[in-house]
Design a protein around this ligand. Structure first.
Ligand code: BES
Ligand code: MN
Ligand code: ZN
Length: 495
């Protein structure tokens, strides 16, 4: 488990600055106006800070970027990092400045002189999000999370704001660890165990095993896992922080490894399919975040955990399977397995919980990467209001999301000669036909959105908030959507 960085909020105090033997970080506006701490540092360094701030180097430094002065005379610190940021910086600016601070940190021990900066919690969130490295499989390398003392005004307010951010970052790290884990480590069984452990946080967790799924008639889900030695499972996580009403539902594709099955994938890059449980990983992280911050909402997370392997027992192209809903599916391509998993858990979620709305997440199609690359997830929805709620939340969190169409003309592409439908269309509009397939398992009036996260769940180069590998995309957007639209809104406190 990757440890979280630590942030403790303290009073502003000059001696603490002079004594700090780690890295001091100060926030400096573009006009280089010194606050009290900066003036004190300038004095201690016999004007070195001032000379830097008057230099072309500082002038050339872009807003949001960081430059550090090493082993300054007159201070105990290893370095003083100057982050250039104006007092009126936006939330997004503050967050990405925090990312820069974490990226350029010279040691774990950091004293962040926040001064009067208002968006300190957003800046801290950026630092925390970037201070992640997956080292669980390295033998002799231990993670060294940042240990940050934050000097701020309005101690209590800022401490509470930071705690709230860190609850969500905790969820993000959980998601990243799950997605980064190799498939021999994160099997359907160990995945279910990790989810069961969420019960410590007050989440009610149930694990449905193969006999239970068989009884429910989840044949489209089960057919995906039938070639694997790892047993298929469905895990149901309920967070009931909001009284008696029906819950909102998150549903996730959890293919712990996707070989393609009998429709085997090519060898090159197949190792990436260890992230094919990304949808389930994001659902798990979002549930954890909601529980940690004790969200006043009812939310249920349902994930389908399977492994898609070829074997003598695997489902074949041409097989016809019956879904829990009752519709039959001709499996043309065993590599279009995610939709088979989701079909049954979407149906199960609606039958059991009659949720107020439902969002599913899945690393569903390579085609969404062709369309949107690694910047944005595809959003498919039957409901404009829900769709806007989600996309606005994603925008606010800096997580890219872009609406894609659904339409009956695409649905026609799923017509099967012998069954109620087939599981793939043609090559054209691959992500949309996948969405159409899912929509067949969504009830008429159920507000629903499908997020195709194949391009954003895990990335080969670093992204805005994370190093290479799993990003945790979606945890913060889902958390915000629940906070902004499915929880009682706090009265403005009018200061
Ligand atoms: N898990 C893959 C989609 C994927 C591709 C995720 C690349 C992440 C990165 C999915 O199960 C799959 O194989 N989809 C097929 C569908 C096709 C057979 C209709 C695809 O996209 O090629
Ligand atoms: Mn596949
Ligand atoms: Zn897949």
């Amino acid at each position: 488990m990757t440890p979280l960085p630590k942030f403790s909020v303290i009073e502003t105090d000059f001696d603490t600055v002079l004594d700090c033997d780690g890295q001091i970080v100060i926030l400096m506006p573009g006009d280089a106006k010194l606050d009290a701490v900066a003036r004190r540092i300038n004095k201690a360094t016999k004007g070195a800070l001032g000379r830097f701030l008057g230099s072309k180097d500082f002038d050339d430094l872009a807003l949001g970027k960081v430059l550090s002065l090493a082993y300054p005379t007159g201070l105990n610190a290893k370095s003083v990092a100057v982050a250039k940021i104006n007092g009126n910086a936006s939330v997004a600016d503050a967050r990405s400045c925090g990312v820069e601070i974490a990226k350029t940190a010279k040691c774990e021990n950091i004293l962040l002189a926040g001064g009067k900066f208002k968006r300190i919690a957003d800046l801290v969130e950026g630092m925390a999000m970037r201070n992640y490295e997956y080292l669980d499989q390295k033998t002799n390398t231990k993670p060294k999370p940042l240990d940050v003392r934050v000097m701020v005004q309005e101690l209590e307010n800022q401490a509470a704001a930071i705690d709230l951010k860190m609850a969500v970052v905790d969820g993000v790290f959980f998601t990243r660890d799950l997605i980064n884990a190799p498939a021999n480590v994160l099997t359907t069984t160990t995945f279910a165990k990790q989810l069961s452990a969420l019960s410590k946080l007050g989440i009610t967790v149930e694990v449905l095993d193969e006999p239970a799924l068989e009884k429910l008639g989840m044949r489209t889900l089960l057919c995906v896992g039938q070639g694997s030695d790892s047993p298929s499972k469905v895990v149901v996580m309920q967070w009931n922080g909001g009284g008696d009403g029906a819950p909102f539902a998150f549903v996730g594709k959890g293919v712990v490894f996707d070989t393609g099955g009998i429709s085997l994938k090519p060898a090159a890059g197949m190792e990436d399919m260890t992230m094919d449980m990304g949808g389930a990983g994001v659902v798990a992280g979002a549930m954890k975040a909601l529980a940690l911050r004790k969200a006043k909402a009812n939310v249920v997370g349902v994930v389908g955990l399977v492994e898609n392997m070829p074997s003598g027992n695997a489902v074949r192209p041409g097989d016809v399977v019956k879904s829990m809903k009752g519709d039959t599916v001709e499996v043309i391509n065993t590599d279009a397995e995610g939709r088979l998993v989701l079909a049954d858990i979407l149906w199960y979620t609606q039958e059991r919980f009659a949720p107020t709305g439902m969002i599913n997440l899945a690393t569903l199609t390579g085609a969404i990467i062709v369309g949107l690359g690694h910047e944005m997830a595809g959003v498919f929805s039957n409901n404009d209001q829900l769709c806007k709620q989600f996309i606005n939340s994603a925008d606010a969190e800096g997580e890219g999301a872009w609406r894609m169409p659904l339409a009956p003309a695409y649905d026609k592409m799923l017509k099967s000669r012998i069954a109620d439908m087939k599981n793939v269309g043609s090559r054209a509009a691959g992500s949309i036909t996948a969405g159409q397939f899912l929509q067949r398992f969504v009830k008429q009036d159920m507000p629903w959105a499908h997020l195709d996260i194949a391009g954003v769940a895990s990335i080969a180069s670093e992204s805005a908030f994370s190093p290479k590998g799993a990003t945790g995309w979606g945890v913060r957007a889902l958390n915000r959507m629940i906070a902004d639209h499915y929880e009682p809104q706090e009265e403005a406190t009018g200061e």
